[in-house]
Write a protein that binds this ligand. Structure first.
Ligand code: AMP
Ligand code: ZN
Length: 114
């Protein structure tokens, strides 16, 4: 499903790089971020190698409903009431890995956006 040879998230999806996986379905894998910024810092990674929101097809966009179901499931199971979802596009926005993913951050009082 993932195809970019030099992409760290494609390698995680393919099992070539180990990760702490907390959830997986046909469209997403959820792992613990290797460099957490809060007590809870998960990455919901779209399995298909799509670099940014601007590269999503309509069909990809239609799969994004799963993200919210995943967030609902994980936060409910973990008893997380407050959390932030972050998704970066482009270098100035802080994107380091050019494979679309959503940060789920919780477990401490968070600062304001930006
Ligand atoms: P972004 O800056 O939005 O592209 O986020 C990339 C995130 O991926 C950062 O928070 C990194 O800590 C995280 N990351 C990079 N490599 C790995 C890895 N091998 N396993 C887990 N998280 C990673
Ligand atoms: Zn990739």
């Amino acid at each position: 499903m993932s195809e970019a040879t030099n992409c760290v998230f494609c390698k995680i999806i393919d099992g070539q790089i180990p990760s702490q996986k907390v959830y997986e379905d046909e469209d997403f894998i959820v792992i613990k971020d290797i460099n957490p910024v809060a007590p809870v810092h998960l990455l919901a990674i779209y399995k298909k190698h799509v670099p940014t929101v601007g590269d999503l097809s309509i069909e990809d966009s239609k799969n994004m409903w799963r993200l919210f179901e995943i967030v609902k499931k994980i936060t409910k199971e973990e008893g997380i009431e407050s959390y932030r979802i972050v998704q970066n596009n482009g270098r100035d926005a802080g994107q380091e890995v050019d494979h679309i993913h959503f940060h789920i951050i919780a477990g401490r009082k968070l600062g304001h956006l930006g």
